[in-house]
Design a protein around this ligand. Structure first.
Ligand SMILES: Cc1ncc(C[n+]2csc(CCOP(=O)(O)OP(=O)(O)O)c2C)c(N)n1
Ligand code: SF4
Ligand SMILES: [Mg+2]
Length: 351
């Protein structure tokens, strides 16, 4: 594998955000993935989302497991905290970090192998425990890093590069996330930046477990005819439910739409998620309706994308555990070791 240091020079007139940073300040090392890999487009979307949200890079903690997808945090947010964990273990490392320091913005990046096989239990429990995070699965339907075996998200009947047909049922991570209580659930496609960037922005501003399943073609092992995760197949079968605009609290809402065309969801931090409806009957605040719609459209051969579900009033792990507002890693000895009397009082209260 080659390694090239990234040149630090950039055009002096690059646009800057409210913090005075350019997009370059959100980049990482040069990618070593195959040219055309969908994962690189997702990295670019994450960079764009953080730049547009004026996020201080040092406030982000990016976590991943093992796989081509899990390598990508090296290619964005070079000034952020990062932890490349063991295969399938990103969710528990992220949960622990989040418990220790609730002040950071947690971004988990994983693959379909990493999250739907070895890390399936970890994925499920991080969602049901309502960890405040943005969890992105870069879903290519194969184990890209280990040369293209079917993953658990490969559709039944889809073909491997050498013609073998997958006979196993696919796991739909969106369906699982909805069932286990994720409060922000979206699906997108690495080739649709206009849809993906706002979806990531909305997830980063969401105060609860936000899950995005992003279909991300593997050009080396799963971009042929017969694959249901190829660029051509996804473009032909993509059925977008809505388009999202994220309007920050400080910005005026100026765009005009006819009544009924949009739906606004105000988040706890004052930002507004403006959903431009593409299907009138679709209600993204109805969890059961979203699950039903997903199954129905899948049976019709469509890949449903967009913001599929949002809970406008989410609760996260810290609220459920009633932890103190101060991040636990900032508590001093007096708070952490309150002494014998406090311990006796606590024990007495439990008798
Ligand atoms: C404990 C363990 N088991 C197996 C492997 C081998 N392995 C490395 S990456 C990978 C799957 C990666 O697939 P995915 O998460 O879909 O990432 P992609 O490369 O497709 O982006 C496997 C099985 C490993 N590294 N560690
Ligand atoms: S093997 Fe597939 S997933 Fe891995 S870098 Fe290449 S195209 Fe991307
Ligand atoms: Mg994969």
């Amino acid at each position: 594998m080659s390694f090239l240091p990234k040149p630090k020079l950039h055009h002096p007139k690059l646009p800057v955000n409210a913090l005075g940073y350019t997009r370059r300040d959100y980049e990482g090392a040069i990618s070593t993935l195959c040219a055309g890999c969908g994962h690189d487009s997702i990295s670019a979307a994450i960079i764009q989302a953080c730049f547009e949200l004026d996020i201080e890079p040092h406030r982000v903690a990016k976590m991943s497991g093992i796989g081509c997808s899990s390598k990508t945090p090296d290619y964005f947010l070079g000034a952020s905290h990062g932890f490349n964990s063991v295969h399938g273990r990103m969710p528990s490392v992220l949960t622990g970090a989040n418990l220790a320091n609730r002040d950071l913005i947690y971004l988990g990046v994983s693959g379909d192998g990493d999250s739907a096989s070895i890390g399936f239990g970890q994925f499920a429990h991080s969602i049901r425990r309502a960890v405040n995070m943005t969890y992105i699965v870069e879903n290519n339907g194969v184990y890209g890093l280990t040369k293209g075996q079917f993953s658990a998200t490969s559709d039944k009947g889809s073909k491997a590069k050498k013609g073998v047909v997958n006979t196993d049922e696919a796991i739909d991570l969106i369906g699982i996330a909805l069932q286990l209580g994720a409060t922000y659930v979206g699906r997108s496609f690495s080739g649709d930046k206009d849809q993906l960037v706002p979806l990531i922005k909305g997830a980063l501003r969401h105060n609860g477990p936000a899950f995005i399943d992003c279909i991300s073609p593997c050009v080396a092992f799963n971009n042929h005819e017969g694959s249901t995760k190829s660029y051509d197949f996804v473009r032909e079968h993509n059925e977008a439910m809505n388009f999202l605009d994220v309007i920050l609290g400080r910005e005026a809402i100026t765009t005009e739409y006819a009544p009924g065309e949009v739906r606004d969801v105000v988040q706890h931090d004052g930002s507004v998620l403006r959903l431009r409806k593409l299907h009138d009957e679709y209600d993204p605040t109805d969890r059961v309706g979203a699950m039903h719609h997903l199954h129905e459209r899948k049976a019709a051969g469509e890949i449903v994308t967009g913001l599929l579900y949002i809970d406008p009033d989410p609760q996260d792990l810290h609220e459920n555990l009633a932890t103190v507002a101060t991040p636990l890693n900032r508590l001093d000895d007096a708070a952490l070791v309150p002494g014998r009397k406090a311990l006796e009082k606590l024990n007495a209260s439990l008798r």
